[in-house]
Design a protein around this ligand. Structure first.
Ligand code: MIC
Ligand code: SF4
Length: 645
């Protein structure tokens, strides 16, 4: 691993086993965990299955922020389970209405130099305060709560050198959009981004957190900023100055790759439909009519973001053709806007005030109209994530969003005729922790009927009599595999949720993926999924592995599989394979038979795996795969996943 870097120092302080100079896998101690409700129910069911009496971490927090619509009893049933299981296991519970996990964790619990894993892919938000904060599947978080170390690939460190200062109307969001235009969402698996250089001091902790949050879209393990005077200042304003430790890389730190971004020359930018790395300058989009603007999410739901929008709108009205929704990232943020009158300014301007939480970012309401542009301060614009098929979702800064809300069209915010609102950090943030619950154990766990058990798998069969149930292309996200939106409430009910696996690929009148996979399983055969590059991007939702496993999928073969999804596949006993020769992908069609004789025996660290492709005309081709599995991973997949071990 690159020497003298901040990442190397924090990892060295947490290393349990593995030599960063030699080994490809490192086991690190985890100080803190976080979960959110949509992945949390499964994580705590798994923790219960491990018979853990109390969590072994320094701090574990269970947040409710995703599933808050309460259309039907499922959401509230989940909340009650989470509240009572937290009390039993020594986990702090953050109830619905308190805020988005990442925003609250940064405000109230993040500590420089600590390690954090969270069952949400945007856990790297904590990198803004100098933590090594990593997104993971629920089972890995449950294991960390039980005191087990977490495995990371020995990272390549990408140093991002920041110089200069952000100019008015150019935002922290534009820094990460610029980096996405350079590094893209593909090909960064196993890397960690470390920010350094004189430009770092120009950015406050919330601005840094915007950058590390959306760094998740690069597909890296995490991103991290040094902990410096700005960090100290943020912690003082949060009334927790004692949590400060100064941390930085050595002056002569070596990075595996260096990218330089001059903040002075950045432009307002947007990620265009339907990928966070489809970047254009706002100037290039100028004049495009906008139908909806949404401000909030764990990327831009903080005090400065909303205060900027409120101040720009003061005395103005939202354009009549636009609906503007504001979803504050946390209760403290909303409380501050209430206290200083900015909430009134937003309401007077015509904004619709939404509940504190993830809300429209995960398709919980506010789906845009057909054929209209929606402009969002969020981090993901995957096709259909907004709840509207064929949506045109653009990701921007609050600065660009408010300019579009006023003008009714894309406009470079520097040309919108609005005076730039200088937003000072408040002398003190609202730091009332009264709503975090440290419940008492011994009162019992409430488990209503909509909460099922995590499904079990069987050991990996000797011979895989595989059938290709689906073949998909590049950049398949876990939103494609396991849709959220209206189905999000099924997260605690695997049989019901499994029915919508790959729903976006079901053609009208044709059998669904679930029906086809079940037919393969019921015929005594084994389901195979074929993906192309960067399979399993995005969300950490382990349901993208659990539900296919439930439907009998045994193998996922692709050109590349993203880190969190790959770990989830292994955890649930699905074998991830990589095409040795990428051209072989072209040979395979849906419904082909792909057989693996003696698969458990073929799996040793670094081994090749041979499969036989049998075409409908009776011809056969041998295909060679590699795999990314360590010795321990092999043990897990052979057993049928961690819960079977
Ligand atoms: C997301 O932004 O996609 C989510 C919803 O927060 C997910 C977690 C989930 O699917 O529950 C994530 O980012 O990991
Ligand atoms: Fe919630 Fe959206 Fe952040 Fe995911 S990306 S945690 S859905 S706000």
């Amino acid at each position: 691993m690159a020497r003298g870097t901040l990442v190397q120092k924090i990892i060295a302080a947490h290393l349990i086993s593995g030599d960063p100079a030699k080994d490809s896998q490192l086991l690190i101690k985890i100080d803190q965990t976080l979960t959110q409700d949509a992945t949390g129910t499964m994580a705590y069911l798994e923790l219960e299955a491990m018979k853990t009496a109390k969590v072994a971490t320094e701090l574990s927090v269970s947040y409710v922020d995703h599933n808050m619509m309460q259309n039907g009893p499922e959401n509230r049933n989940d909340h009650l389970y989470l509240q009572t299981v937290a009390a039993e296991k020594g986990v702090i519970f953050s109830p619905p209405g308190n805020g988005i996990c990442h925003q609250l964790h940064l405000e109230r619990f993040g500590k420089p130099g600590k390690t954090l894993i969270g069952s949400d892919s945007h856990t790297p938000t904590g990198g803004g305060i100098g933590m090594i904060a990593i997104g993971a599947g629920g089972l890995d978080v449950a294991l960390a709560m039980a005191g087990q170390p977490f495995t990371i690939p020995t990272p390549k460190i990408v140093g991002v050198k920041l110089t200069g200062k952000l100019r008015p109307w150019v935002a922290a969001k534009d820094v990460i959009l610029k980096l996405l235009s350079i590094l893209t969402t593909k090909g960064n698996v196993g890397s960690i981004v470390e920010y350094f250089g004189p430009g770092v001091a120009d950015l406050s902790v919330p601005q840094r957190a915007t950058i590390t949050n959306m760094g998740a879209e690069l597909g890296v393990t995490t991103s991290v900023f040094p902990s410096d005077e700005r960090t100290k200042e943020f912690l003082r304003r949060q009334k927790r100055e004692n949590d400060f430790t100064e941390l930085s890389a050595d002056a002569d730190a070596e990075y595996d790759r260096v990218v330089e971004i001059d903040l002075d020359t950045l432009e307002p930018m947007a990620a265009c439909p339907s990928s966070p790395d489809n970047i254009k300058t706002v100037k290039e989009l100028a004049g495009k009519k906008v139908g909806q603007v949404l401000v909030g999410s764990c990327t831009n739901g903080g005090y400065r973001d909303l205060a900027l929008v409120a101040t720009a709108l003061k005395g103005r009205k939202v354009h009549p053709d636009v609906t503007l929704g504001i979803a504050p990232g946390s209760r403290p943020v909303l409380e501050m806007l209430c206290a200083n009158g900015m909430l009134g300014d937003l309401v007077a301007a015509g904004a619709r005030i939404l509940e504190v939480g993830c809300g429209p970012c995960i398709g919980q309401g506010q789906s845009p109209a057909d054929d209209t542009i929606t402009v969002r301060t969020f981090n993901r614009n995957f096709a259909g994530r907004s709840g509207t098929k064929g949506d045109q979702s653009y990701l921007v800064s609050p600065e660009t969003a408010v300019a579009a809300a006023i003008a009714g069209e894309f406009i470079d915010p520097r040309e919108a005729g609005v005076e730039f609102p200088e937003i000072a950090e408040p002398e003190f943030y609202t730091s009332d922790d009264a709503h975090f619950q440290k419940g008492e154990p011994g009162k019992g766990i409430i488990r209503k009927p909509t909460i099922g058990e995590p499904p079990m798998n069987c050991a990996l069969p000797e011979n895989i009599d595989g059938v290709v149930v689906i073949k998909v292309g590049d950049k398949i996200t876990t939103d494609h595999i396991m849709p959220a939106g209206v189905h999000l409430k099924l997260r605690s009910n695997i049989p019901a949720y499994s029915k919508v696996v790959f729903e976006c690929f079901t053609e009208n009148g044709k059998p669904s993926f679930a029906e086809r996979a079940s037919a393969v399983r019921d015929a005594g055969k084994h389901g195979v999924i074929i993906g192309r590059d960067s399979y399993g991007q995005g969300s950490s939702r382990e349901h993208a592995a659990i539900c296919p496993m439930y439907l009998g999928i045994k193998v996922v073969a692709a050109l590349a599989i993203e880190r969190i999804h790959r770990a989830n596949l292994i955890n649930f006993g699905i074998v991830p394979l990589i095409f040795k020769n990428p051209a072989d992908y072209e040979l395979i069609e849906e419904n082909d038979s792909l057989k693996f004789a003696g698969l458990p025996g073929q799996l040793t660290p670094g081994s090749e795996v041979k499969g036989t492709l049998c075409k409908a005309d009776g011809s056969t081709v041998e295909i060679t795969f590699t795999h990314p599995l360590s010795e321990n991973d092999i043990r897990l997949v052979k057993a049928g996943g961690r819960l079977n071990c």
